[in-house]
Ligand binder design. Structure first.
Ligand code: BTN
Length: 269
């Protein structure tokens, strides 16, 4: 990890870091991006289960080169994984992470849903996002960094107006303070559970569970991919997490990745 990219001393926002899944924690007050630091560590040989976590990020990164606003009160973490499964199956790891986040939020009595592929939402407002970055040659995976941003106790007023209207935080939903450490404890337990299923190549179990949480299937959607914008009905996801979109021309398109908007929410999307 480059010296310039992180602040070493923490103010103790996370005094203990004792989670079974985590082999090695790197905890910082402030980073540019936990994903960038985790990638540096992974390239330098860091083992599976290494986790980088920061209280705030200067340049948090989102999907499709967007930024991820990262004021204090949020959870910003990146997990390094080195699963021995075919590379194309990494497309299911965001599902693993989204399920772990959604289930953790549900443990607070709040119903979280997942918008394909991996936006975790409460009452139609985004509460968490996931950014996966991986490296490998051919079918072999060298490393995967799963970056997760969760609006745990973020003061929504600190988010830009554009993001504010579409976001919520766990604290905003439960109406009482939420303990950061307790949240992480539940999250890592759930993450480990689904990651074990993933490593056991029991992909159907992950997809089936994901479908129970997703609010995408059956909806009229517009999906923006890197190359085109598609419209249709989201009919299913396949065993690699591709969205199956039934279009007006009667074709079913398979989409690996994209931004999904629901027609019934377009006015506030
Ligand atoms: C999204 O666009 O929805 C994905 C957002 C992912 C944000 C997290 S915060 C921790 C990790 N570090 C980053 O720079 N991004 C991810």
């Amino acid at each position: 990890m480059k010296e310039s990219t992180y602040v070493k001393k923490t103010t103790g926002f996370l005094n203990k870091f004792d989670f079974d899944f985590v082999k090695k924690p790197f905890v910082f007050d402030e980073l540019d991006s936990t994903n960038l630091s985790a990638k540096d560590l992974a390239k330098a040989g860091a083992e599976e289960g290494t986790v980088v976590i920061a209280r705030t990020q200067r340049h948090g990164r989102g999907r499709f080169e967007r930024s991820w606003e990262s004021p204090e009160g949020g959870v910003y973490l990146s997990v390094i994984l080195r699963p021995r499964v075919p590379h194309e199956k990494t497309s299911l790891l965001p599902f693993v992470a989204a399920l772990a986040v959604a289930k953790t939020i549900n443990a607070y009595g709040i119903h979280a849903t997942i918008k394909w592929p991996n936006d975790v939402r409460v009452n139609g407002r985004k509460i968490a996002g996931i950014l996966l970055e991986s490296e490998g040659k051919g079918p072999a995976i060298d490393y995967v960094v799963v970056g997760i941003g969760i609006n745990l106790a973020v003061d929504l007023m600190r988010l830009s107006t554009e993001i504010q209207s579409k976001s919520t935080s766990l604290q905003n939903e439960v109406h009482h303070p939420v303990d950061y450490y307790e949240f992480l404890k539940t999250f890592f337990m759930k993450f480990e559970h689904f990651y074990e299923i993933f490593k056991g190549q029991r992909y159907a179990e992950i997809i089936d569970e994901w479908k129970m949480y997703s609010d995408t299937l059956g909806k009229s959607v517009r999906v923006k991919t890197m190359t085109e914008i598609l419209q249709g009905t989201a009919v299913d996801v396949d065993q690699s997490g591709f969205l199956l979109l039934w279009t007006a021309s009667g074709e079913t398109k398979k989409i690996l990745s994209g931004d999904c908007l629901y027609f019934d929410e377009l006015d506030h999307a």
